[in-house]
Ligand binder design. Sequence first.
Ligand code: ZN
Length: 491
Amino acid sequence: MENSISLYNTLTRKKENFEPLNPPHVGLYVCGPTVYGDAHLGHARPAITFDIVFRYFQHLDYKVRYVRNITDVGHLENDADEGEDKIAKKARLEQLEPMEIVQYYTNRYHKNMEQLNVLPPSIEPHASGHIIEQIDMIKKILTAGYAYEKNGSVYFDVVKYDKDHNYGKLSGRSIEEALENTRTLAGQAEKNNQVDFALWKKASPEHIMRWPSPWSDGFPGWHLECSVMGCKYLGETFDIHGGGMDLIFPHHESEIAQAVAANGKDHVRYWMHNNMITIDGQKMGKSLNNFITLDEFFSGSHQALSQAYSPITIRFFILQAHYRSTVDFSNDALVAAEKGMTRMLTAVETLAALEPSEKSTVDVNALRKKCYKAMSDDFNSPVVIAHLFDGVKMINSIKDGKEQITTADLEVLRKLYNDFVFDILGLRMETKEASGNDEVVDGLMELILDMRKQAKENKDWGTADKIRDGLKSIKIEVKDTREGAVWNTID
Ligand code: ZN
């Protein structure tokens, strides 16, 4: 059958046949966003990568429980357990409650994910909703002897753990190497060793996000939430854990150590990591002024972009690279992706209108096999897309009468494109309809605002107000400015 999948396991550094622990169930955990800013390409890539994994397993009739967390506490500004909490800092700067920041950016993240046609996970747990479970795991680790308390904070004893279990088996780093790479920062004197990391931090007086614990009023360390929520919803040992490559060390390495120390058994069977995104060959970063948010891509408002790009174009572009390769974004590459995607979606429309013949001169079953083979080979989306483009040539040749296809083969081909283009790759028809509607709406609004202007000139205030209130009731707000009336939609 076609449901055997091979995937690259970061833990063993080779491709392995995937065997679920409890077939047909698959447990999938992916590290989600820390919600303190707008989503950018760095958020889109893991979301789309694991959306494909989620979709393909489901397509092959596996029952997937997909957990993707929301980090809303404990993620400090640097990985060495120092600096301000990212959420709390944003809350301080904006003079809002931390949970207002969390809600605001979670809502915006969800909207972006929906635009990208990323399916919602089965469970989306928040770190702040699992403080009790995190305290419980710290107690277990203390009991097992792999943690120690200092002045109200609790640290994981990496050196002791390493002697028994090998800290570094995921990243391939040795403790000596980790020591070399760890800068000594103020406040770290508390730790027995620089490589140790915080499980619980005592909150300083100005720290606003805090909870009571047996050790102090404080907050959990960032790595802890994922071990805890993975174990809670998928079991102490579960199938697949994913995330960006940048999380391998120290985040995922520490997740393994915490779970193994607490439970005394293997934590995750397959680790999958997506590679990074660069922009014009450079690493993305706020300081490099190449930090483009998803909303900026969708509106075309960033100076590096020549036009707006639809969410599905962004999605298609990301899928044109294998998830373990880097993706380099440039405006030109996006223009090319948009063209390619349009060609693919136009062919799907052509396919729907094709007429069958008495015989087939094309081999649709071979094409179908190739698509499944590529997808089952570590989710090789670029190869799948290449095969689908071969099929586009086939479709266009049939349309032009150069090739022929039977009714039965036509059915296979239509199902293949429906399954792969829409269900598995998650593309959707969007651009034409959307832009067509926008033009109609713009035209109508111009007409309505013109009528309102005339009513006001005739001092017909009743009509002018009726138009304004009527628009407001359908969530369109009109504002009078010096340049005339302007309108926008309100959420
Ligand atoms: Zn995580």
